[in-house]
Ligand binder design. Structure first.
Ligand code: SAH
Length: 391
């Protein structure tokens, strides 16, 4: 197997089980190497540190195992069944909840791989060439380890590195083809469009936060900003909201939210959806709402975009603080990995202080159990949320 030797002292993060080898840490490569290949990583004194997928880029190796282990069918089976068992043990997989993330990259010790399950279909998303090359093995292993899953859709065109020399990156079914795209989350039905929707089709990571929102919804006038498929809207309606308005700049999202409200509540739900830019919509909502959700896309995709992102969060939240009804509740989120919890809180704090209103933090939210954070890879914590009461 090709061996990658690190520069002296560059082994320390790997000895602490951090799963990334940066290209700058490499001293030399012994043998021929191609993107996606499994390589051994060694310290400068020749000690084996781990095995992982090689890739050209700033992260040169994503470690799959810190032992001298074969990355073969039994490796995939062990890791995938371990992830499934964990989700089953914590009670996430039930007849009223068949929507969950099965594999969350580093959080499930499989950097570069994301798998979301929607009823009998699993959607695989590869972020590394290594995972792309073993996609058929992964698909077959999911079918063997997860009894409820019969179809596998592969959707990685948007997540694989653009320049990687990959022959076939077509999004397609690798196994089976479902007759329905309906899935259930906490007893609510959702139509999931993995073919045309964003990411794997649905934002599974807001499940627990949506559930919390349901408990705040009774009798309130709700604005769900950046609604996408309308997850928060549907929970708010079940929670007894008096009215729910869903807003997204994408017309397709507005179609999705309509369809999901219809699926659960029929035609008469007190719901309306608007295809409009968030900042425009928020420029003049006056005191129409007393429960507002702000769940924007990642404003900072990279470290260099953090400053602008923080300005964006501040402007957005300021509009909500200025206009929400007295006694109102604001659910506000950031899913930018590069913006940490403290920075986000500071941006929201600045927005609150611009409004001069009295604001209490009721909850501090994060990502759910099926998006676990590998303790040795703190970068895996990306979702941050605050629930604030505004007097
Ligand atoms: N809250 C959603 C996920 C939001 S994803 C859920 O629970 O599923 C972010 C959404 O913001 C996307 O649907 C995207 O179309 C929308 N969006 C991006 N920029 C926007 C803008 N300027 N105004 C309104 N919506 C926007």
């Amino acid at each position: 197997m090709t061996q990658i030797y690190l520069k002296p002292k560059k082994e320390e993060s790997l000895l602490r089980q951090h799963p990334w080898v940066f290209s700058g840490a490499i001293h030399h490569i012994d043998g021929a190497v191609q993107e996606g290949q499994v390589v051994q990583v060694l310290a400068s004194d020749g000690t084996l540190l781990g095995v992982g997928h090689y890739q050209i880029g700033s992260i040169a190796v994503r470690i799959l195992s810190f032992e001298d282990e074969q990355i073969d069918a039994s490796f995939w089976s062990a890791r995938i069944s371990e992830a499934y068992r964990m989700r089953r043990q914590i009670g996430l997989i039930r007849t009223d909840n068949d929507t969950y993330r099965l594999i969350h990259g580093e959080g499930d010790f499989l950097p570069g791989l994301v798998v979301d399950v929607y009823a009998d279909t699993a959607v695989i998303q590869a972020h590394s060439v290594g995972m792309h090359l073993v996609r058929h093995t992964i698909a077959q292993t999911i079918i063997e380890c997860v009894p409820e899953v019969h179809n596998i859709y592969y959707k990685s065109d948007g997540t694989l590195p653009h320049k990687a020399p990959i022959d076939d990156r077509t999004d397609q079914y690798l196994i089976g083809q479902p007759t329905s795209c309906l899935a259930t989350e906490n007893g609510l039905k959702f139509h999931i469009d993995w073919l045309r929707g964003q990411k794997t089709g649905f934002f599974v990571d807001q499940r627990e936060n949506r559930s919390l929102l349901e408990h705040y919804a009774a009798g309130r006038d709700v604005l769900n900003m950046f609604c996408y498929t309308g997850g928060f809207s549907v929970y708010a309606l079940r929670g007894g909201a008096r009215l729910v308005h869903s807003v997204d700049s994408s017309a397709k999202a507005v179609e999705y939210v309509h369809r999901n409200v219809m699926l659960n509540f029929g035609n008469d739900a007190p719901h309306e959806a608007f295809a409009q830019d968030a900042f425009d919509f928020l420029s003049d909502i006056k005191n129409k709402y007393d429960l507002i959700i702000l769940d924007p896309p990642a404003f900072a995709k990279h470290r260099d975009a953090v400053r602008n992102a923080l300005q964006g969060y501040k402007r957005l939240n300021a509009r909500a603080f200025e206009q929400i009804r007295p006694g109102g509740v604001l659910f506000t989120f950031s899913c930018s990995q590069a913006v940490d919890r403290e920075m986000f809180r500071l941006a929201v704090f600045s927005a609150a202080s611009m409004s001069g209103r009295r604001v209490r933090i009721l909850h501090q939210l994060t990502q759910p159990q099926d998006h676990p954070v590998n303790i040795y890879h703190p970068e895996g914590e990306y979702l941050k949320g605050l629930v604030l009461q505004v007097e």
